[in-house]
Design a protein around this ligand. Sequence first.
Ligand code: BGC
Length: 765
Amino acid sequence: MRQHENAGPLDVEALLAQLTPAEKAALTSGAGLWSTVAVERLGLPAVWVSDGPHGLRKVDDADPTGPSMPATCFPTAAALGSSWDQDLLRTVGEALGREARAEQVAVLLGPGVNIKRSPLCGRNFEYLSEDPVLAGELGAAYVQGVQSQGVGTSLKHFAANNQETDRLRVSADVSERALREIYLPAFERVVRQSQPWTIMAAYNRVNGTFATQHGWLLTEVLRGEWGFEGLVVSDWGAVVDRVAALAAGCDLEMPPREGSAADVLEALRTGALTEAVLDVAARRVVSLVNRALPTLAGDHSADLDAHHDLARAIARECAVLLQNRPVTGAGPDQGEAPLLPLGPSASSMLAVIGEFARTPRYQGAGSSLVVPTRVDAALDEIRALAPAGVEVAFAPGFALGDAADDGARVGEAVALATRAETVVLFLGLPAEEESEGFDRRRIDLPEEQLALLRAVAGVNPRVVVVLANGGAVAVDEVARLAPAVLEGWLLGQAGGGAVADLLFGVASPSGRLAETLPLRLADAPSAFSFPGEAGHSVYGEGVFVGYRGYDVASREVAFPFGHGLTYTTFEYSQLRVDVFGAGEDVEVCVACEVRNVGPRAGREVVQVYVGDVEASVARPVRELKAFDKVTLEPGESAIVGFELDARDFSFWSSAAGRWVLEAGEFEVAVGASSRDLRLRERVRLDAVPVLVPLHEESTLIEWATHPVGSRLLREALGDGAAILDDDEHLRGMGTFPLSRLAAFPGLGGVSQDVLRDLVARAGEA
Ligand code: BGC
């Protein structure tokens, strides 16, 4: 029965006025694991929230820790991120919204837009990308999709929640610049574009302060700068000090902790907390309930069969074809054609090897674990799609969880591979290697799987490897031994069918890597400081995260960010980059032509990267700023256009405390991956320099190069001002603050009094 049948819209202000402080305190702490508090005497119902992000995990009201009810398990975020397709994310969101509202769920707890700082984060399968533009664009579309069904979302985990190790206590020690350029912009984009109903404050500390108690994050930045209008909910059990969290802007604590409401009432009594602050949080909870009521009052259903088909169609867009080489020494009929798609050779035998073909790995563990409505195994789907007359034979090759008898399994697989025309080998990470709650220790595939690959490739060169893993794995050896490699990530309950579709060319792969696949773990920019120690994770790589780090160090990688092949090829031409205006108002229009010059229809992800040719601070070689996924028939072309603004060319200046666009040359590059740039053009942008305020510790060189400061200092120094034009002097003594130079007469220093006066006048100018 619908719980909210008779619920009309609430008069939020009238209701708030009638709530007692005790009711408000209770309301801001939730009821049980998954529900808000009802205030029956005022007709305020409770609403239900459920995980997220790639399927509905609605538990039974009577058994909240028991298994959840069956729901469609869509591809995980690692896979969805690889689609580079906002429309697709919107479609997934709509379907999730339909399943949520059919189950009377008001808020779906997702998406997760944390940046993949390290390949080892145990929860990377729940996150979209190592790049904030990609994660933000896709997250925003997902939120629009869910919320278009009248169901809220919870954008998580805000912020800098990039590891599982010590996740409830660790402090992410990260510069403001890295926060602004890397860790916050995905959240910012989703908030500005899609206004999620809620945002989830993370478990960890950020620079020493718990995210749930972080006033700068939860109020100044989130609401003050980005205009967030919804409610902030804590991650489950993330509140340490309820009163401090309320004051910082964490409106709803989930689940309620014994003593929280009492702490709030005591703080009201002592004056440590004002009722006005409590009112703000209570109002947001009531508003959330009010927002959900129209949907909850309706009669909704979801077509789970149709959603299974949708999950398959979506999964097809997510898998990334990493490599597809012709097999050297192939027979004359196979010519130079790449190994995939598998052709319809009538009398051949296809060997499907690897336990994952029969027992798919299609999602990760932890709070996102969905009880699927059904699961398609790739083996069955390959059998269903194989052309008539093709024998599909299977050997497990390895066992999940039990390595005993692996020798016999490899022997059986090798015997099968010897007889087969082609081998499709399913490899991946066993479920116990990655999950919410802990980080991975290595990025290699299990040794027994690699040994199997070596043995199989030793007897049959026609090996297609299909990978199932939530976090990145080292694929260098795989790519050397297997001509074709399809990275499937964790593709959801219908992933088996999608893989079969791609292998046989029923559909063409169109995923692109949303994260770099390094050659080895030690190359990862965060390798030396992940996951930190003694309660601190120092983000020493700064803004050089993911491809930004590999590029600045000129490191070779296995496959770069943005890479992915399909069954056709595209040509890029006619790049145009037009600059309009200057400074904050600059608009840069980028356009190029993309043509499908291959034999089949396909989808290309056109990627636009920007690099500052010469900057006053260390900046990434190039950064993704825009992308578009286009579908082209053979021979067809399209003009793809993008508009960039000042922010796309700016960096966060810690000295100025703001975004700064430095005048000068920038390179705009367009291509098929971060390392497959097909077209480039340099443009000049004009901007007025941003002046960093002068203070008492400013150096001689800072005064000398500051237009106002230099004039004032020249006046103060009189004849001694000549040293400000003496480059040699500035090279030697320029880093001395003026006050300290005063001890060396004639070198440009001034007394404390004069300095104070200069600083005051420079500030007024
Ligand atoms: C996770 C969240 C999840 C919540 C509720 C937490 O442990 O970090 O992502 O939404 O539990 O299950």
